[in-house]
Design a binder for this molecule. Structure first.
Ligand code: THU
Length: 133
């Protein structure tokens, strides 16, 4: 069930999505990442004429959050213009996993939503514990 605060997070992701820089794919993505202390950090995808340099919205939001000192996160809302809503790519799942697999991931398209935990999206994850000998 969608509570009001989840709705507000989706609205923030959808709001920043209009600033996506995606002249090549035309696929606009917005992300709103909620920290444990309630702060919300947003990001959009940023593409490059050198296509492989593209950065996803989720990793932009995470970078902004980390730069502001946040390290613990509750939820991330990701918005696109497609249904069923697009799930975060593998690279974004992996970088988000750095900060905990309990993160709730909400993908929202114009007509529907999907949600998972990050653990569900990234089973058998490689994490910092994997580095322990
Ligand atoms: N994209 C994201 O921003 N997040 C994802 O999780 C998947 C893909 C962007 C990258 C590129 O600018 C466009 O969507 C098409 O792949």
């Amino acid at each position: 069930m969608k509570d009001d605060s989840t709705g507000a997070l989706i609205v923030k992701a959808r709001g920043v999505m209009k600033n996506a820089y995606a002249p090549y794919s035309k696929f606009h993505v917005g992300a709103a990442l909620e920290a444990a202390d309630g702060r919300v950090f947003v990001g959009t995808n940023v593409e490059s004429a050198s296509y492989g340099l593209t950065i996803c919205a989720e990793r932009m939001a995470l970078g902004a959050a980390v730069a502001a000192g946040a390290r613990m996160f509750r939820r991330i809302a990701v918005t696109t213009d497609v249904d069923p809503p697009a799930a975060p790519c593998g690279a974004c799942r992996q970088l988000l996993a750095e900060f905990g697999l309990e993160l709730e991931v909400i993908s929202a398209g114009p007509k529907s939503e999907r949600r998972w935990t990050l653990a569900e999206l990234l089973p058998a994850a490689f994490t910092k514990e994997s580095l322990d000998t």
